[in-house]
Design a protein around this ligand. Structure first.
Ligand code: FAD
Length: 402
């Protein structure tokens, strides 16, 4: 074991929400931080549409807020300035009947926040640290953890480039290359499960009131749900007074809708009250234009390799989105890792400490919770699409044969 007193270098692979939050925590600890992200910089004009590949908005909960709060002073408050509180679920019967189900008796709420705004805020905060370097359009190809070497393809130049780091953090999402590389050296248990449902996003635009002003077409302080047992649609509010609706249903159901007539017949049968909100023309255009995303759950163990590497966020535990906790759980990973670094007194300038033990402790402590959240997310799909429905409504649907 050698002792040196230079600044330690962490390479964070993946500049999604979780990776950038990790940048903030490590920068605050005084490490030299390099972030490597496959895509272009979101903050550069014209890049947004290439980067925001999925879910326009997200539900941010207490778990995620706590991690933001402890990253840098006031970050949680800054995020909340751009967020819309959702105090409960609003259950749509389909024919226009609404039922509010509050999340708590003391006004507890979750927040709808746009992915783009959150990413931009995190990136701008990271850019303020002198000890942070960010490399975009860098795709990790392989790493040699024992000598701390990372090989990237620079997507702009097409050239292979190498970097070195004391610690490598994989925050590179569900199809993580860092995870694949760890699997080559560690006996990692791994499972991946695709569910039979896909998702498609649609927009409910703002409505114009009698004074010519734009306003929300539905109550913005609820997470709206149209539960139909084997499938469902949800809607979360955006700051521009629109809603992003997400239709979750089996691939076969999507495939069965081949024409505009099929689509309108389907919506009239199952989501009639949503048609005036979505607008018939817009619905037809978006339904056939927008991509249908697949959904999967990833579980693995361990999350670390010696004192050299660790995976966090979706790279460690991708989950189906029905519990609204994927990002929140990834944020919490970072906060917990930081807490363990504190407990083990991990230094930013020495390498004679207990980093290997700290990373091992992270796997030991985090795995049971991460697995539980993955399982709860799977369970909540049934809750959201089915159990939220009142017995009387269930009965009526059965009588009507829908
Ligand atoms: P990602 O967001 O996937 O980021 C990984 C990054 O790594 C990407 O930027 C990618 O370009 C980069 N990358 C990948 N490979 C490489 C490589 N080889 N080299 C360099 N960079 C690489 N979560 C919630 O908490 N609340 C919600 O309401 C919610 N709703 C959701 C709705 C839907 C429809 C979906 C699909 C997900 C939802 N989630 C939600 C989950 C959430 O989106 C994810 O958990 C979260 O984005 C994970 O963040 P991440 O940074 O770990 O991974």
């Amino acid at each position: 074991m050698s002792t040196s007193f230079r600044e330690r270098h962490v390479a964070i692979v993946g500049g999604g929400l979780v990776g950038i939050l990790a940048v903030l925590y490590f920068a605050k600890r005084g490490w030299a931080v390099s972030l490597f992200e496959l895509r272009e910089d979101l903050r550069v004009q014209g890049n947004k549409k290439n980067i925001l590949h999925r879910s326009i908005n997200l539900a941010l909960s207490a778990r995620g807020l706590s991690a933001l709060k402890n990253a840098t002073h006031g970050l949680d408050e800054k995020v909340l300035e751009f967020a819309i509180p959702m105090k409960g679920r609003m259950i749509h019967s389909g024919e226009g009947k609404l039922k509010s189900q509050p999340y708590g008796v003391f006004g507890e709420c979750i927040y709808s926040v746009e992915r783009e705004i959150l990413l931009e805020l995190l990136l701008n905060t990271a850019a303020k640290f002198m000890n942070v370097k960010m490399y975009f359009q860098h795709q990790l190809k392989r790493c040699d953890f024992d000598i701390g070497k990372l090989e990237f393809e620079n997507k702009k130049t097409g050239k292979q480039v190498e970097y070195s780091a004391d610690l490598i953090i994989g925050a590179d999402g569900a199809f993580s290359t860092v995870r694949t590389q760890i699997m080559r050296t560690v006996r990692m248990d791994y499972s991946q499960e695709y569910i039979s449902h896909a998702y498609l996003e649609l927009i409910v635009p703002p409505k114009v009131n009698d004074n010519g002003e734009e306003e929300f077409a539905m109550d913005p302080n609820h997470l709206h749900i149209w539960p139909l047992h084997s499938f469902m649609m949800i809607a979360l509010p955006n700051r521009n007074k629109s809603f992003t609706c997400t239709l979750f249903m089996p691939f076969e159901k999507f495939d069965a809708i081949k024409t505009e007539d099929d689509l309108m017949e389907f919506f009239k049968k199952y989501f009639p009250d949503s048609i005036p909100l979505l607008g018939e023309d817009r619905l037809k255009k978006e339904y056939f234009r927008n991509p249908k995303g697949s959904l999967m759950s990833v579980k693995c163990k361990p999350y670390h390799y010696k004192d050299r590497a660790i995976i966090i966020g979706d790279a460690a535990h991708s989950m189906v989105p029905f519990y609204g906790q994927g990002m929140n759980c990834g944020f919490q990973d970072v906060e917990i890792l930081d807490g363990i670094f504190e407990e083990y007194n991990i230094s930013a300038v020495r390498n004679d400490d207990k980093l290997a033990l700290a990373l091992e402790e992270y796997t030991r402590r985090r795995y049971p919770d991460a697995i539980s959240i993955c399982d709860l997310a799977m369970y909540n799909y049934i809750e959201m699409r089915s159990s939220v429905i009142n017995p009387w409504y269930l009965l009526r649907r059965q009588v009507e044969g829908t």
